[in-house]
Ligand binder design. Structure first.
Ligand code: SAH
Length: 396
């Protein structure tokens, strides 16, 4: 039997650094607070509390963060208010773009030197951002680049929200040619396991969906939270009364294989995690998305398609197949197209809606499972924060 990693699945703590020190949270930011908290923070400075609403409207409503542009704040207190509520949390290290500039990946350095990535994807009808919820990840899925380096720490609420607000600002300023200028969707499919940073992720979802000036005003239905299958987290999410989409990274319909591909399966088995996901779907009326990376000769057998079809038939679920993005040095590869087509055919024959995900951002290591900033070397680091674009992208 293969050696299985030992995991701490339930850590709600901020996390510890790899050398065992306690990770430090970033400075407080308005996105960590509700409006009442922001008003209190402004009042502490000796300023009038309603200034909190003004700053919030700039940040969430107008997508600006430069104090010089906040001309409705008195010039003498602008710096004090923005220092207290809008510290810079994300420092861009590099940005890579591909697909004629409609896919962009940014590597950020956080206040303590931790690195995370986010990816912006523009389509003719929508703009989606893929955000990280943790620096690194503790779930140890062997095919995922992020999983290889382990967990550095949880992100704060504002560190999550600010990834979205930053890109919303880029989109509003016309950064994505041929795409809407309004960012409309958020997927928690970047680095990290969202349900292992539960409280901060839920607070971020609330901030992203409350209308301005409280939040960014996105639709809950346009937010997808993706999980390896932390059953207590799924059950808690079911009770939140949110209507976000749940994605479950299943990757195998049988426990023997899933125990190795998604090690958390050693704790919560396929039947149990599917039960929790179906319960979420029943409660919210939202179809659950079953994520399945197609790995050649590992999980792509016709019998596994049939077994998956039986597990999902008649349920409020659809399957999203992801051609595996091989990580550097991995022994695994994506399934051949004919094998993928047969897998799709069998699932559909069982009455299960099935799609194959497009692999946006592959060339810039921005596709699913390729985010591995903390291991270094995947992106050319630039200290000056300027764009480090691929030379060929402008010529396409
Ligand atoms: N921890 C969460 C979210 C992050 S990963 C989760 O596991 O759901 C987002 C999706 O990308 C997951 O379905 C994950 O299993 C998948 N993924 C990870 N590595 C991949 C790879 N190398 N190729 C294709 N998909 C991958």
């Amino acid at each position: 039997m293969t050696q299985l990693p030992v995991l701490n699945f339930s850590s709600e703590a901020t996390g510890t650094t790899r050398d065992g020190r306690r990770a430090s949270l970033p400075p407080r930011h308005l996105a960590d607070l509700d409006l009442a908290g922001r008003r209190a923070a402004v009042a502490e400075l000796g300023e009038q509390a309603f200034r909190a609403g003004q700053v919030s409207a700039h940040y969430f409503g107008r997508l600006i963060r430069d104090p010089a542009e906040m001309t409705d704040l008195p010039a003498r207190s602008r710096a004090a208010i923005t220092d207290a509520l809008l510290p810079q949390l994300l420092h861009p290290v590099s940005e890579l773009a591909t697909d004629n500039g409609t896919t962009r990946k940014t590597l950020w350095r956080l206040h303590d030197g931790a690195l995370v990535e986010s990816v912006l994807m523009g389509y003719p009808d929508r703009v989606t951002v893929c955000v990280s919820s943790q620096a690194g990840c503790g779930m140890a899925c062997p095919f995922c680049a992020t999983g290889q380096a382990g967990l550095t720490r949880n992100l704060s609420t504002a560190e999550i929200v600010d990834q979205v607000v930053w890109f919303a600002g880029q989109a509003a300023r016309g950064a994505l040619p041929g795409c809407p200028d309004r960012l409309s969707r958020v997927v928690f499919m970047g680095m990290g396991e969202p349900l292992a940073n539960y409280n901060r992720v839920i607070a971020a979802v609330r901030r992203l969906t409350e209308p301005a000036p409280e939040g960014l005003g996105l639709s809950q239905r346009h937010i997808t939270v993706s999980t390896v299958g932390l059953v207590p987290g799924i059950r808690r999410l079911t009770e939140e009364g949110l209507s976000v989409t749940l994605a479950l990274s299943l990757h195998a319909p049988d426990d023997d294989l899933r125990d190795t591909l998604v090690p958390v399966n050693q704790r919560w088995k396929v039947a149990e995690v599917l039960d929790a996901a179906f319960e979420y779907a029943a409660r919210t009326g939202r179809r659950v998305s079953i994520e399945y990376a197609m790995i050649r000769d590992v999980n792509d057998h016709p019998w596994r398609a049939d077994l998956l079809g039986r597990l999902l038939s008649g349920r409020l679920a659809h399957v999203n197949l992801i051609p595996l993005n091989p990580t550097p040095g991995s022994k695994w590869d994506a399934s051949p197209k004919p094998v993928e087509r047969e897998f799709v055919r069998r699932l559909r024959a069982a009455g299960v809606a099935t799609t194959v995900r497009d692999t946006r951002g592959r060339e810039i290591d921005g596709a699913c499972g390729q985010l591995a900033a903390s291991s270094g070397g995947t992106v050319g680091e630039r200290e000056d924060g300027l764009l480090a674009r691929r030379a060929n992208e402008e010529t396409q």
